[in-house]
Design a protein. Structure first.
Length: 278
């Protein structure tokens, strides 16, 4: 099995930073965790109360979950409103569509089954393909997104004849303290990292936002293209990097953390002269 052989790997994952760091350590690397995202619940009690009333009254034909965090946020909100039992019962009566395995897993913990699951690599393209088998004409659809709005996805579902309501439960923001990200930008430019792993597109945007504020965006892109190998998990993340002028050198066959770190170890073993030993 390939190993990271002491390589220092920058990790921008926030919610599962411990799990990802453990993977790097297990493969013989040295994790350097710098969370680039903060998940902040949106405090919109009036709108949420109306949504829960509609859900429990079976007014939605279909509910789409893009993330496991969205499922967990809905469960927490329903509990705050004293509607958890009714909400879970309503979800069990409703057609549930999940973009990836994470919302499926969170739903399962609450004894709720998904009806339709998108295929890998779990992007909007696969989600829309999964919806092809469902007649949405005249139907009402609830979309529970990730940390940002999805107007293109809402439009695509609407064009199939559905009335779509997007219910945002949380949003992605910059970390309270951007100092570690500023340090990471400089360390990447100075080639103090042997690899950097991106697990979603917002990490790319936040890192380059900090680099732009430092006047170092061009230098960062050059460092990531020519010196420090970049591993990107999934096509959406890779497209975000390319928008900043960075072409990832490593992309795992499966958009999951384990295959991502294994792919980086494979790459570093094949190009052992290109990164420094500890």
């Amino acid at each position: 099995m390939p190993t990271l052989r002491g390589a220092r790997v920058a990790l921008l994952e926030a919610r599962m930073s411990g799990e990802l760091a453990d993977l790097v350590t297990r493969y013989g690397g040295r994790p350097y965790s710098v969370p680039a995202v903060r998940e902040v619940p949106l405090d919109e009690p009036d709108r949420l109360a109306v949504f829960l009333d509609a859900l429990c009254a079976d007014r939605f034909f279909l509910v789409v979950f893009l993330t496991g965090v969205g499922v967990a946020s809905l469960v927490r909100a329903a509990e705050r409103f004293g509607r958890l039992v009714d909400t879970l019962a309503a979800l069990r009566r409703t057609t549930i569509v999940c973009r990836g395995p994470k919302p499926v897993a969170v739903l399962r913990r609450h004894d709720v089954s998904s009806t339709v699951n998108a295929a890998e690599p779990y992007t909007s393209t696969e989600l829309l393909a999964a919806l092809d088998a469902i007649d949405l004409g005249g139907r009402t659809v609830a979309l529970i997104p990730d940390g940002e709005p999805h107007p293109l996805l809402v439009d695509a579902i609407s064009r199939r004849g559905a009335d779509v309501e997007e219910i945002r439960l949380y949003e992605w923001r910059m970390p309270d303290d951007s100092g570690p990200l500023r340090n990471l930008v400089r360390e990447l430019i100075d080639r103090r990292m042997d690899g950097v792993a991106f697990t979603n597109q917002i990490q790319c945007r936040h890192l380059f936002q900090i680099a732009a504020e430092l006047g170092l965006a061009r230098e960062l892109a050059d460092a990531l293209n020519t010196r420090t190998p970049v591993v990107s998990i999934g096509p959406v993340c890779s497209q975000a990097l390319k928008a900043f002028g960075v072409t990832p050198r490593v992309m795992p066959a499966s958009p999951k953390m384990g295959p991502m770190i294994l792919a980086l170890a494979d790459y570093l073993e094949l190009t052992s002269d290109s990164f420094k030993e500890p």
